[in-house]
Design a protein around this ligand. Sequence first.
Ligand SMILES: Cc1cc2nc3c(=O)[nH]c(=O)nc-3n(C[C@H](O)[C@H](O)[C@H](O)COP(=O)(O)OP(=O)(O)OC[C@H]3O[C@@H](n4cnc5c(N)ncnc54)[C@H](O)[C@@H]3O)c2cc1C
Length: 388
Amino acid sequence: MKTEVDFYEIDDLFTNEHKLIRSSVRDFVVSQITPIIEDIAQKAVFPLDMPKKMGEMGLFGCTIPEIYGGSGLDYISYGIMMQELERGDSGMRSVASVQNSLVMYPIFKFGNELQKHKYLPNLASGKILGCFGLTEPNHGSDPNGMQTRFVEDGDFIVLSGSKMWISNAPIADIAIVWAKDNQDRIHGVIVEKGMEGFSAPEIKNKWSLRTSITGELVFDKVRVPKSNILPLKNGLGAPLMCLDSARYGIAWGAVGVAIDCYLTAKKYALERIQFGKPIASFQLIQKKLAEMLTDITKAQLICWQLGNLKNKGKATTAQISLAKRNNVEIAIHIAREARQILGAMGIVSDYPIMRHLTNLESVITYEGTHDIHLLILGKEITGIQAFC
Ligand SMILES: Cc1cc2nc3c(=O)[nH]c(=O)nc-3n(C[C@H](O)[C@H](O)[C@H](O)COP(=O)(O)OP(=O)(O)OC[C@H]3O[C@@H](n4cnc5c(N)ncnc54)[C@H](O)[C@@H]3O)c2cc1C
C-alpha cells in the first residue's frame, strides 16, 4: 500500500480508501497498460478495448454520484487515479481526463435529468466514449472568438463550423461541442456520431501523445435536436469550468510521470557503471536526483492541498493554474534530466523516458498553455489581465 516516493510522509494524510484506490489503479496500469504501451506508442494506435477496461476499473465518472453510474468519490481520489494513470502514460490519462472532466462533468453540471440518465451511465461504464470540442483552427488560447455557430430551426438547431486538436474525436460516440447562438452566446451541445453532416477525421503524424487519438470535428449544417443543448449554463464560463476540473487532474497526473522518470533514472544511475563506479556516485548525477525529489515533493504537497480545496468547493481557477503550470513544468524538467542520466539509452523505448518527454510537450500546451496559466496568475496578483 505504501508509495515509493513519499519523502515528506504525505501518505499519512491519505485515508485507507485513497491508498486502496492508488494501489488498485497502479495494479491496473501495471497489468493492462505497461505491457502494451511502448508498442502502441511506436505504432501510434489506441487500444479500442481500453475504454471498457477503464470503465470497469471505475476510472470514469469518479466524482459523479452513483445514481448516474459514477463512483461518488472525492477529488483527492480522482487526483490519485489520474496520477497513477499518467505514471503509465499521459495519453491514457488524457482519455480518462476527457471522459471525466470534459464530457461527464458538463453533462452532470449543465445537463437536465433526461440527458444525465441517457448518457452518464454509458459513459461511466466505458460503453460509449466522449470528446470535448472547444479549440478551433483559428481560436486556441482565445476560445471566445470561436466561429462555430448554430441557428434555430423548429425543434432543431443547425450547427456549422469546425473544431481542431480534439482528443478522442475520431473514436468518440458523442461530442460536447461549444458553439455560439445568433446572439453570440456560447452553449454546450451534445452531438452524436452518425448525425448527418458531422465528421471527425484523425490528425495523423503526431510525435506526442501517440497513444491518444486526436482529430477534428467538422459540422456541415448538422441538424441537432434542441433537446441536446445543455440547458443549465451558457457563456464561456461553462467550458472554462470543465477545463478547471481537467487541469486539476493534470496537476496530479504530472506528478505520476515525474515519479516514473525519477524512479527509472535512480535505478539506472545505481546500476550503470562508468569510470569503475555506478554513475549514481558522481555529484552531478546526485544533484539531478536530489532536485527531482525536491520538485516531486513540492508538487505532491500542492496536489494534496488543492485536493482539499476542491473537496470544499473552494479551489479557484488561479490556484488550479498554478498547480497545472508548476507540476507539468517540473515533470518535463525531470523527464529531460532523467533522459540525460540514461545517456543514449534514454532515447529508446526500452525505457519510458522519451515517451513521457514527448507526451509532456502536449500536456504543457493543452488545457491552457504554460504561458496562459502564467498570465492567469499575473492577473490574480495584479488585477490586470495581460492576455487580451
Ligand atoms: C494532443 C492535443 C490534444 C488536445 N485536446 C483537446 C481537446 O480535447 N479539446 C479541445 O478543445 N482542445 C484540445 N487541444 C487544444 C489545446 O487546448 C490548444 O492547443 C491550446 O489551447 C493552445 O491553443 P493553440 O494550439 O491554438 O495555440 P495558440 O493559442 O495559437 O498559442 C500559440 C502560442 O502563443 C501563445 N499565446 C497565445 N495568446 C497569447 C497571449 N495573449 N499572450 C501571450 N502568449 C500568447 C501561447 O501561449 C502559445 O505559446 C489539444 C491539443 C493537443 C496538442
